[in-house]
Ligand binder design. Structure first.
Ligand SMILES: [Zn+2]
Length: 408
């Protein structure tokens, strides 16, 4: 979001790089947060690695100490009690290396070194990606056991984030295709920021451009959403320059009901990283604490018009935050700002910045199709969360913005 919402400065020595200069209050807060996160990260290195099980709303259900062997993650058998059923009993036959778990009126049988799990009664045998092993004379279950068995035993689905060793347990059928019989639940307008030769947005040290990342990701998001029955239209399909007005027109023509503008970020600080969500709020913190009163009354009116959708925009932002937090080390921030970019958008609207092109980690992630696919899936789940909340006429249960300390 470099051109419309704020000014962009091009560094003469590195013309490829652009930096947002007008979010200083935000940046100082973020710098403090980064330092805090750094301190916490240092602390966590001293601790044993854990797997975190979380529910559909991002709340931690269980934290289990894990062990690594040959880069695979193993959990102790007791984790089954914590995660699947506290009434679980287990027997381990040492000479035969056989492990039997009794849970939920079922008997689960495993053998050390063998990938097959039998479940009696009433379930097909499961083949694990990694067999159970013995570590320090204790039988240990691979994390795949939980990923595969939880849905069978508890009628849930499990999403695994291997990078963060995080498993989300959510009610089944939240990501199955919705019947599309011509009556769409919701039409979403996704706006890939920038475009064309003169509006490239930010650039990373690898030469990658914001306009290209935004378009590639928007197409991936459109594809993923459509797979799940959600209609998504893009404000641009190619590398073309479009005015703000033209983008809004697409939204009107397609009868959009949600507007999501996709951008990337850049900072002078190479440590600044992560996804940011912006909601257009005329009462939000001004980017330019100015002593001169803005004379643009017309513009102010437009911002106020968008403010009618503030509640819904925030609901969408919370839904996005809740789902995307699953992918990030630290909770994603929602930032309220008076955003001119969204001011003419007569529907709930959110700006999402996918990451910092000035940060090496973010650059690497955004160039990784597996990562971007998981972001697209998380955002699709956020759309579904938002849609089902509208259908049930209740606000989506959002996780309020947290400080990094409270996530521990
Ligand atoms: Zn941008």
């Amino acid at each position: 979001m470099t051109t419309r919402t704020h000014s962009t400065v091009y560094n003469e020595k590195a013309p490829e790089r652009c930096v947002n200069t007008d979010t200083v209050p935000v940046k100082i807060g973020a710098l403090f947060l980064s330092m805090l996160v750094f301190a916490i990260t240092l602390g966590s290195f001293a601790q044993a690695p854990i797997a975190r099980f979380i529910d559909a709303n991002g709340k931690t259900v269980a934290e289990v100490q894990v062990q690594y062997q040959n880069e695979h993650v193993y959990l102790p058998v007791d984790a089954v009690k914590q995660v699947i059923d506290p009434e679980t009993t287990h027997q381990y036959n040492h000479p035969r290396q056989r492990l039997t778990l009794k849970t939920k009126d079922r008997e689960i049988r495993l053998q050390i070194g063998r990938p097959t799990v039998t479940i009696d009664p009433g379930a097909e045998p499961v083949t694990l990606a990694t067999p159970p092993v013995i570590i320090a004379q204790q039988p240990m279950l691979p994390i795949d056991f939980f990923i595969q068995l939880l849905p069978i035993l508890n009628d849930v689905e499990v999403i695994y984030n291997s990078r963060l060793n995080r498993l989300q347990i959510r009610p089944k059928d939240t990501l199955i295709p919705i019947e599309t019989n011509g009556t769409q639940d919701l039409t979403i307008i996704v706006d890939p920021g920038h475009g064309g030769p003169d509006d490239r947005g930010c650039a990373g040290s690898t030469g990658i451009l914001e306009k290209d990342i935004a378009l590639t990701f928007a197409k991936q998001l459109q594809w993923t959403s459509r797979q799940h029955g959600i209609q998504v239209y893009l404000t641009r399909e190619t590398d073309t320059q479009k005015t703000h007005f033209e983008r809004i027109q697409v939204g009107k023509q397609k009868r959009g009901q949600l507007f999501l503008s996709l951008h990337c970020n850049a900072s002078f600080s190479p440590h600044e990283k992560g996804i940011r969500i912006y909601v257009n709020n005329p009462k939000g913190q001004l980017r330019f604490p100015s002593t001169t009163k803005p004379a643009l009354t017309g513009q102010r009116l437009k911002i106020l018009a968008q403010a009618n959708y503030l509640k819904q925009s925030k609901d969408l932002a919370y839904a996005l935050q809740t789902e995307l937090n699953f992918l990030t080390e630290t909770p994603i921030q929602i930032i309220d700002l008076p955003l001119i970019a969204l001011s003419d958008t007569y529907m709930p609207a959110v700006v999402l910045e996918l990451g910092y092109l000035s940060n090496v980690e973010d650059l690497e992630k955004l160039s990784n199709s597996e990562y971007t696919a998981s972001v697209a899936q998380a955002m699709t789940r956020a759309f579904q969360r938002y849609i089902s909340a509208i259908n049930q006429n209740i606000p989506p249960e959002g996780v309020e913005p947290q400080t990094p300390t409270s996530s521990r």
